[in-house]
Design a protein around this ligand. Structure first.
Ligand code: ADP
Ligand code: MG
Length: 733
């Protein structure tokens, strides 16, 4: 018979329901993280109440005292008893109201939360009241100001509006208290919140001061303009470089000029942002959505990307965004603090805003605009399938970088090109290394846009074939977080298979030269030794590891226009030898491969950024390494091989095979080997660009990221000379 465990014996403890006050305190902690977040809620309430003056007083970083005085509508006397109960609000009556709400708060949780983690006092007077009322709160309810008195609100003298005093924040949640930083750091956060709301509400006068200090640290007049507020609060150096733009769902864009915008997806945005002349160390980014200060990693990234091409590395702009969208499209339930927001059509909205930013930035400066990360696949989609070898070659010829001013490629009418997100565009100044220097120039329109190529050989125009002096630094590639045990196992296998000596040789090598592009041989030096390396094998291993490293988080290369998967696979199957021996006909094989890939398109997109649309167009490819574009000649082969080569039934095997195939696709090797004499000018330029990539992108990336496996030593790395041995040879001579 089972015996009851005595309290001293180890054993399962009984499950108890938490006390309501503890639950409320936990819930409060989710909304009020620190003094600045409490203040943010209080400022929003004051603004909701129509205040034109907001005064904030702080003691000890807001932990001892946080007081906010406004001249807004005040709170009705009758409402005071329920003011600090959870879910009491004057802004929301029914659930359907939630979608129509335009004021800031909407859940009636802020004051309740504050009262659970601090001592809160409210003094308030409406215009109609003849006197003010004072009420004290604890744990969501009215409480006694002093022992022996009643908890009811007391009449007192006071101005129209509301003063809320929050004392001893987190006195009853010691862990939260200990997580806070120093009071000066908390005060800095408070100033940041006040400053940002002051920028967004230039018609409201804000002050923020430390208790007892005669001069406020933030002070703005009422009725100034946004630019004036920015000048006052962020300084003249930002204000004088400010650009301004507005854009809305009603602003016609080329794509949907004639489309009616439904009301619930209408939006408008306004931005103030610094030009390329202003450079700060850290990005200052103010984002207001429906007048609430929020975070959106997506928008922040997109903005950063717009500026990557405008500012030198390491420099950042100042950007203030205000976006108003129909409340029906905001997802309010994402986070209790509602700071990180999500909304409908965000991709499109962000794209439009960034385009507007980019346009202004470009207009303001004379440097050129390039689009990158888009490979114009041009002819691939329409290339007829007969005439295989040459057909493929032609597809390659039309693979080109798009330069903004260039004319659109003639083949693009069939599939209307999807508009490129601005974060995929990069602007470079003429002094910087030009992106196109890495790529061959093919189309006549592009040659025209080159800076004075004067119709000479394509090599001379935009610097193609003349490898630039400054190679790009290899960017940091972070290992993505992945909880799949299969991926963890594959990553562990890479670490286990690492050959320390060889890895070190590659880490510290000095590149000497490419010996033979066709045979994929390069020479590198390490200490006193020279090594001949098969860089094809090296690249394959490197790209496999890079794929594994970025699993689930790879950047994308957009194909524009997106070629049909079927056409690509057909191209490859048509030239595949030995198919006659198979039981299936070529079209059946194509069907089988296309079906396999399309049915797994969601997985391919999520894990490998291989985007295939529902109607079977290849929209994006994974980008494993920046500045390293795969040879699109190999795309049909890559896609075809995914069918039979990948084991789609077992997770780990599937991922490994896929990544191996992807790596193979990325190996920079010529598809058709031609000797230098037989090459056309174009092919020579292309050849040089590949060589440049090998030296300046591939080897540096290998030095940084490759855990070289022992297997490379078997065939692909050979020591060809050792300096001391050479001395000995010379001594004998
Ligand atoms: P919410 O803002 O989500 O409604 P809060 O807990 O922040 O919830 O506030 C509860 C209610 O108290 C508000 O709906 C509003 O009616 C009132 N209130 C709070 N602060 C003020 C203020 N400064 N002036 C006027 N009314 C206020
Ligand atoms: Mg509120």
């Amino acid at each position: 018979m089972a015996t009851q465990p005595s309290p001293s014996e180890p054993g399962p403890q009984p499950i108890r329901k938490l006390e309501q006050s503890v639950i409320n305190r936990i819930a409060a902690g989710e909304i009020i993280h620190r003094p600045a977040s409490a203040l943010k809620e209080l400022i929003e309430n004051s603004l909701d109440a129509g205040s034109t003056s907001i005064r904030v007083t702080i003691k000890d970083g807001g932990m001892k005292l946080l007081q906010i005085q406004d001249n807004g509508s005040g709170i009705r006397h009758d409402d005071l008893p329920i003011l600090a109960q959870r879910f009491t609000t004057s802004k929301l009556a029914t659930f359907s109201d939630l979608s129509r709400l335009t004021t800031y708060g909407f859940r009636g949780e802020a004051l309740a939360s504050v009262s659970y983690v601090a001592h809160m006092t409210v003094v308030t007077k409406t215009r109609a009241d003849s006197c003010a009322w004072k009420a004290c709160y604890a744990d969501g309810a009215l409480t006694l100001a002093k022992a022996g008195t009643s908890a009811d609100p007391k009449p007192c003298a006071g101005n129209d509006g509301t003063t809320i005093t929050v004392e001893n924040l987190f006195y009853n949640t010691p862990t939260r208290l200990s997580a806070l930083r120093s009071s000066s750091e908390e005060y800095a956060r408070i100033l940041d919140v006040v400053t940002k709301y002051a920028i967004h509400n230039p018609h409201v006068s804000f002050t923020c001061r430390k208790a007892g200090s005669p001069t406020p640290d933030v002070s703005t007049p009422s009725s100034s303009t946004t630019t004036q507020a920015i000048r006052l609060l962020y300084g003249q150096s930002i204000a004088k470089e400010l650009l301004h733009t507005t854009v809305s769902s009603k602003t016609p864009s080329e794509e949907d000029a004639d489309e009616e915008v439904p009301e619930e997806s209408s939006w408008d945005a306004e931005a103030y942002f610094t030009s390329a002349n202003y450079q700060a160390k850290k990005l200052v980014f103010l984002l207001f959505i429906n007048h609430r200060l929020v975070e959106s990693a997506k928008i922040r990234k997109a903005v950063e990307a717009v500026y990557t091409g405008v500012l030198p590395k390491g420099a950042s702009p100042y950007v203030y965004f205000s976006l108003n969208i129909d409340p029906r499209s905001v997802d309010v339930n994402v986070h209790p603090t509602k700071r990180e927001v999500h909304f409908l059509n965000d991709d499109e909205i962000v794209e439009r805003i960034c385009d507007a930013l980019q346009e202004k930035l470009v207009g303001q400066s004379q440097s050129r605009v390039f689009e990158y990360q888009t490979l114009l696949t041009g002819g691939i989609a329409e290339t007829p399938t007969q005439d295989n070898g040459k057909g493929k070659k032609r597809a390659r010829d039309e693979d080109e970088m798009d330069v903004d001013e260039a004319e659109p490629p003639p083949t693009s009418q069939a599939a209307r090109p999807k508009k490129m997100l601005s974060q995929h565009k990069v602007r470079t100044s003429l002094q910087d290394r030009t992106l196109d220097s890495m790529f061959p120039v093919f189309s006549p329109s592009q040659q025209r846009s080159g800076n004075g190529s004067g119709g000479g050989s394509p090599n001379t125009g935009t610097g193609t074939g003349t490898p630039p002096q400054n190679a790009p630094r290899v960017r940091e590639i972070k290992e993505s977080q992945c909880y799949l045990s299969s991926v963890k196992q594959l990553r562990a296998a890479v670490v286990k298979g690492k050959h320390n000596n060889l890895t070190e040789i590659l880490q510290k090598h000095t590149f000497v030269c490419i010996v033979d592009v066709n045979k994929c041989l390069s020479l590198v030096q390490h200490s006193t030794k020279l090594y001949l390396i098969n860089h094809g094998a090296l690249a394959e291993e490197l790209f496999y590891q890079l794929g594994l490293r970025q699993f689930g988080d790879m950047s994308r290369l957009r194909l524009d226009p997106a070629p049909p998967l079927r056409t690509l696979v057909t191209l490859a199957v048509d030239v595949e030898e030995g198919v006659e021996r198979s039981k299936m006909t070529r079209p059946q094989i194509v069907d089988c491969i296309v079906d396999t890939l399309i049915s797994r398109r969601e997985m391919l997109e999520e894990y490998f950024s291989l985007g295939i649309s529902a109607d079977g167009k290849v929209e994006t490819l994974p980008m494993l390494l920046r500045d390293c574009t795969p040879n699109l000649d190999k795309l049909p082969l890559f896609l075809m091989r995914l069918g039979p080569q990948v084991d789609w039934t077992a997770e780990k095997e599937c991922f490994e095979c896929f990544l191996r195939e992807l790596a193979f696709f990325y190996v920079p090797e010529p598809v058709i080997q031609i000797s230098l004499e037989d090459m056309s000018e174009q092919e020579k330029a292309e050849d040089k660009a590949v060589q440049w990539q090998i030296q300046h992108v591939l080897f540096p990336a290998a030095a940084r990221y490759l855990a070289a496996p022992k297997s490379l030593l078997d065939r692909d790395v050979v020591q060809v000379a050792n300096l001391p041995d050479l001395y000995r040879v010379f001594e004998r001579c």
